[in-house]
Design a protein around this ligand. Structure first.
Ligand code: HEC
Length: 427
């Protein structure tokens, strides 16, 4: 019952998070697009430019004022609640998924870190991330946007690396996303909104607005714009164990973040020139390269000879216990020979013991009221049918069992890997 309630709580909050997130990012994309596409030739008096658009069967005419209209309108629309709700629902979701079940989702498998400590680190990192960002923007670096961007990038990837040492792979990624999301909403709350309020107040009071405030707001809003694509990847990353489940998860994240920023940069500059048109194919090529280097089928350069490894099973197991989630690609490529000729009875035994507590039509784990992700591994046919997925999540990357809560050993992973490599046969 409790598991069922958690699932519906998760569902409801996640839904709100998605809806408000789409509204926030949609508005952000739209206004950046509007700003970039304004017709600035011979504007009417007091205007910065205008723009004509057709949408939903109607024609719109928008005008941007250089500073303000002669008289403030009765009804000025503000855009802030979509940002605040995205953040609030995001933090709620972080709690429901990661902090309610820290041993399953948050803490690195095998780590003996206390749940309260891990949660404190998680929440503390959100605050620390925003404070560090805020001071960096206000420092001398704030006047050198490219350098500031590079420093922020290095710090965030350092955070991803640090998290990967103590958190599960997916929690490590998610906390980087949560730090960025917190920076983004902090920008709205602490910088952009106060700047806008000061501007409106100055206009209403007929005083000259302080020009430094809107400039600051614009810089922060640009940062937010570049942050959106990396954050969106992180928010869907838990579907992709070959990213967060890799030993080099933080490097993969760095690569994807760079490609995302390149793509954003193209769309932000294309109205002016095609100088950055190369960024699109470059990002696509980068994704292809990442797919290649993360492939579990690729022999690792440091592979030890199969015979040597087979004679040291204890060493393999010890090594696996040290690796947080995914060990070296080397162990994966060698598994078939190392594990001999596995028969299905053994494989089935392992799956029933290590997986079916959750992945069953009737899970015995109190944490799940239905098979997680709809994946049921009760019968041999079901196991055979899902062999590719099992290989991806329990052999190539080792993100399953979640939190390694059922204490699957490296030998068992090798056994399953070998069975799948030899065609996943049932006899
Ligand atoms: C403690 C419960 C638990 C155990 C034990 C467990 N899993 Fe999972 N598994 C989950 C949850 C929860 C998800 C969904 C993850 C998510 O939120 O994306 C999942 C997802 C998966 C998926 C992805 C399914 C899909 O279609 O996206 C695979 C494959 C998988 N598990 C395989 C295994 C294997 C193989 C084992 C045993 C070696 C195992 N799991 C053990 C809880 C568990």
């Amino acid at each position: 019952m409790e598991a069922h309630l958690t699932e519906w709580l998760n569902l409801s909050i996640r839904w709100v998070h998605m809806i408000t997130g789409i509204a926030w990012i949609g508005a952000s994309f739209y206004f950046v697009w509007l700003e970039n596409n304004l017709n600035r030739k011979n504007p009417r008096d007091g205007l910065a430019g205008d723009l004509w658009a057709i949408h939903g069967g109607g024609i719109y005419h928008l005008e941007k004022y250089k500073l303000a209209p002669p008289k403030m309108p009765d009804n000025l629309h503000w855009f802030k609640w979509e940002a605040y709700w995205t953040w609030m629902s995001g933090v709620a979701l972080l709690m429901v998924v990661y902090y309610l079940n820290p041993s399953l989702y948050l803490i690195a498998p095998g780590s003996d870190m206390a749940p309260a400590v891990a949660i404190a680190i998680g929440l503390g990192s959100l605050v620390a991330g925003y404070v560090a960002y805020h001071f960096l923007c206000d420092s001398a670096l704030g006047k050198r946007p490219a350098l500031l961007g590079a420093v922020l990038f290095v710090l965030l990837i350092a955070a991803a690396y640090g998290f990967s040492l103590i958190f599960s792979g997916r929690a490590a990624y998610l906390h980087v996303g949560a730090i960025i999301g917190t920076i983004m909403v902090g920008n709205v709350f602490f910088t952009i909104m106060p700047a806008q309020r000061a501007l409106v107040k100055a206009i209403e009071d007929n005083t000259t607005p302080d020009p430094s405030l809107p400039a600051k707001g614009l810089l922060r809003s640009r940062h937010n714009n570049y942050f959106t694509l990396p954050v969106l990847f992180i928010m869907i990353s838990n579907h992709f164990p070959s990213t967060y489940g890799s030993q080099y998860s933080w490097l993969i994240l760095a690569g994807i973040a760079i490609f995302a920023v390149l793509v954003r940069h193209y769309f932000n500059t294309r109205h002016d020139s095609n100088k950055f048109a190369w960024t699109l194919p470059a990002a696509a090529l980068g994704m292809i390269c990442l797919a290649y280097v993360t492939s579990p089928m690729r022999p690792a350069p440091s592979a030890t000879p199969v015979a040597a490894q087979a004679s040291q099973p204890a060493a393999v197991v010890a090594q696996a216990e040290h690796a947080s989630e995914a060990p070296l690609a080397a162990t994966q490529t060698e598994t078939p020979a190392a594990a001999g000729n596995p028969d299905f009875t053994k494989v089935n035994g392992v799956i029933q013991e290590r997986c079916a507590v959750c992945h069953s039509a009737t899970p015995s784990s109190p944490m799940f009221s239905a098979a997680p992700a709809g994946l049921i591994l009760d019968t041999p046919q079901q196991i055979q049918q899902q062999a590719a997925k099992i290989q991806a999540q329990a052999v190539a990357s080792q993100v399953m069992p979640l939190g390694n809560i059922t204490q699957m050993t490296q030998e068992e992973r090798n056994l399953i890997g070998a069975w799948i490599a030899q065609g996943a046969k049932l006899d």
